[in-house]
Design a binder for this molecule. Structure first.
Ligand SMILES: Nc1ncnc2c1ncn2[C@@H]1O[C@H](COP(=O)(O)OP(=O)(O)OP(=O)(O)O)[C@@H](O)[C@H]1O
Ligand SMILES: [Mg+2]
Length: 407
């Protein structure tokens, strides 16, 4: 009997695919979906939706695409790999919309596109360009999108543009060079991680969708999953799926906290890093350690005082350095950092702080080698390296954009 039979489920409820069948309308997902439909309905120009990795951007997009209402009433160009030059981008869009162009002269392309938009507008059909992972659009292609958004009649916009991406997209559009584009974005949405109640509902919702079955996630188990995943759906799926597997191995229909603990030890590195602090250092241990440190410090101070009173020179006896080095040593963590990060994508951003929202200091091109001087992992599991550039400037680069070379 496999584990789906054991729990009497039709399929794995926590698969990591952006399947609209499983779309759970949390408050922020619901708002974003309504905004998405609104801009198409109202023929607003530009919509931008951002969210951290794993918060459900692609799932939201697929849910929109699955909406019966728009299936026959809209022509949709979907760009999923946006690292395209303006020309490549335009041709991809035209191909998706089935617009024939006689030659690839830019003016000809734009003219053919405008004619196509007007024809569609006359029959009340919407035309939408949707870009997922839009944070990866090159600057010139973003500018091209702005120019496309100018295609309008006196009465209405001929084209709706939807940009979906990670929060760094919002940061990029705040820069001076994208002021005009930023002003054109009329509707915005942000996908937030799920709250505790939403996480609990989300788990139940996915179980019901997968056939309900006999599996039971206890309330305290769901609380722990929420705490460890920080409410990020992808991480909730990851740990819930493994925890169910652990319960199955235990022949238990109840998924308990110990199954979750077992699961986090067996899921991907990024999840373990996100959760390690919580898993290995529960609050009680941290507090106990703090109390021990304070007691130790008091004892040391007391001894120093006693010795002082006896008129002995501490420095002669070496007591101070000994206390400073030996007693502190176990609490200092000497991290061994990797040495060099080599840029593995066409262009990677170096930022002032380890966050996608942080200001971009520089864009570095593929194969640039950067010295690593520090590292940091966000609660979402996203890892960053602090690097020194050739001009001596320092900044943070996302680990997914580099490969590590250790000589
Ligand atoms: N609202 C939701 N309802 C149901 N499942 C969701 C929801 N949001 C996210 N998920 C699940 O979480 C996982 C990650 O979702 P998705 O791929 O859409 O995230 P993303 O924001 O596009 O991530 P990335 O930034 O890495 O592209 C998928 O398994 C998806 O099914
Ligand atoms: Mg996605």
């Amino acid at each position: 009997m496999d584990y789906l039979d054991f729990f009497d489920l039709k399929e794995d409820p926590f698969r990591l695919t952006p399947d609209p069948y499983y779309f759970y309308p949390s408050e922020s997902h619901n708002e974003a979906l309504s905004s998405f439909n609104y801009i198409v309905e109202q023929k607003e120009g530009f919509f931008m939706c951002v969210g951290d990795p794993g918060t459900g951007k692609t799932t939201l997009l697929n849910t929109f695409l699955n909406t019966e209402k728009w299936k026959d009433r809209a022509g949709i160009a979907l760009v999923l790999t946006p690292r395209l030059s303006p020309e490549e981008f335009l041709l991809t869009v035209l191909e998706d919309l089935n617009v024939k162009v006689k030659n690839t002269n830019k003016n000809e392309i734009i003219k053919a596109f405008r004619d196509f938009l007007i024809e569609n507008s006359m029959i009340g059909r919407r035309v939408i360009i949707i870009v997922d992972e839009a944070q990866n659009l090159p600057d010139e292609t973003l500018e091209e999108l702005r120019l496309l958004s100018n295609l309008e009649t006196e009465k209405e916009k001929l084209l709706q543009i939807v940009l979906i991406g990670q929060p760094e997209l919002r940061g990029r559009l705040l820069s001076d060079s994208f002021k005009q584009l930023n002003q054109r974005i009329t509707v915005r949405a942000t996908l937030r991680p799920l709250t505790m109640n939403e996480t609990s509902d989300y788990i139940n919702y996915r179980l019901v969708k997968a056939g309900k079955g006999t599996v039971i996630f206890e309330e305290k188990t769901k609380k722990l999953i929420h705490k460890l995943s920080k409410g990020i759906p992808r991480l909730i799926n990851l740990v819930s799926s493994r925890a169910m597997m652990a319960a199955y191995l235990d022949m238990s229909r109840y998924v308990r906290k110990r199954h979750v603990m077992y699961a986090v030890k067996h899921v991907s590195d990024s999840f373990i890093k996100t959760t390690r602090r919580i898993v290995t250092f529960p609050r009680i241990i941290v507090y106990s350690l703090m109390v021990c440190l304070i007691v130790a410090a008091l004892i040391v101070m007391n001894r120093v005082k006693e010795q002082d009173q006896r008129g002995q020179s501490l420095s002669e006896k070496g007591t101070v350095p000994l206390i400073a080095s030996e007693s502190a040593a176990p609490f200092i963590e000497h991290k061994k950092l990797p040495k060099t990060a080599v840029v593995a994508v066409d262009a990677a951003n170096v930022r002032a702080k380890p966050s996608l929202d942080s200001e971009r200091i520089k864009s570095v091109s593929k194969e640039t080698a950067l010295e690593i001087i520090d590292e940091f992992t966000e609660t979402t599991g996203m890892k960053w390296y602090k690097v020194k550039m050739h001009d001596g400037k320092e900044g943070w680069i996302a680990d997914k954009t580099v490969r590590i070379v250790n000589e």
